[in-house]
Design a protein. Structure first.
Length: 159
């Protein structure tokens, strides 16, 4: 793969990571400022039609069961987790897109930590969404590594 192709895919991957960071920030803020009762109400409203069609719908029943068991402490933990995760990713995305030297190794370490945690969670949950996110993170890590290597070799040959 050429350096130009690598850079193009790197930018696409990092922008998608940035979109993911924004979604986590929005979700975290929404959780933080919503009551558990309002979350239960909205989930019930959003799943009622699906459950009316198929009372055993896997996704709808799992979401509904998770929300029914959601405590205030758990809600606050998830909100703060999403906010922290989103802030960290947004800062890394900013640094990567601005081609800051510190952002490349730090992003690899942070994403490596996220991947490790996600693999542990996957071993417990067998969530396909988590598996997909982990694969995406691994692809982005490869793109970051290649972009960093390309920039390092360019800096060495021009400097």
């Amino acid at each position: 793969m050429s350096a130009a192709s690598t850079h193009r895919y790197f930018v696409i991957g990092v922008v998608l990571k940035g979109a993911n960071a924004l979604a986590e920030l929005a979700g975290g803020a929404l959780l933080l400022f919503s009551s558990t009762a309002s979350i239960r109400y909205w989930v019930s409203l959003l799943t009622v039609h699906e459950l009316a069609e198929d009372p055993r719908d896997f996704v709808a029943t799992q979401i509904k069961a998770a929300v029914e068991a959601l405590s205030v402490d758990a809600k606050n933990f998830y909100a703060l987790y999403l906010l922290a995760h989103g802030i960290i990713k947004a800062l890394l995305v900013f640094g990567l897109l601005r081609e800051r030297a510190w952002a490349f190794p730090l992003s690899l370490w942070v994403l490596g930590g996220f991947v490790t945690y996600q693999v542990l969670r996957f071993s417990l949950t067998h969530s396909l969404a988590l598996a997909g996110l982990t694969i995406f993170d691994l692809i982005v890590m490869v793109l970051i590594w290649r972009e960093w290597r390309n920039q390092s070799s360019t800096a060495t040959t021009t400097g």
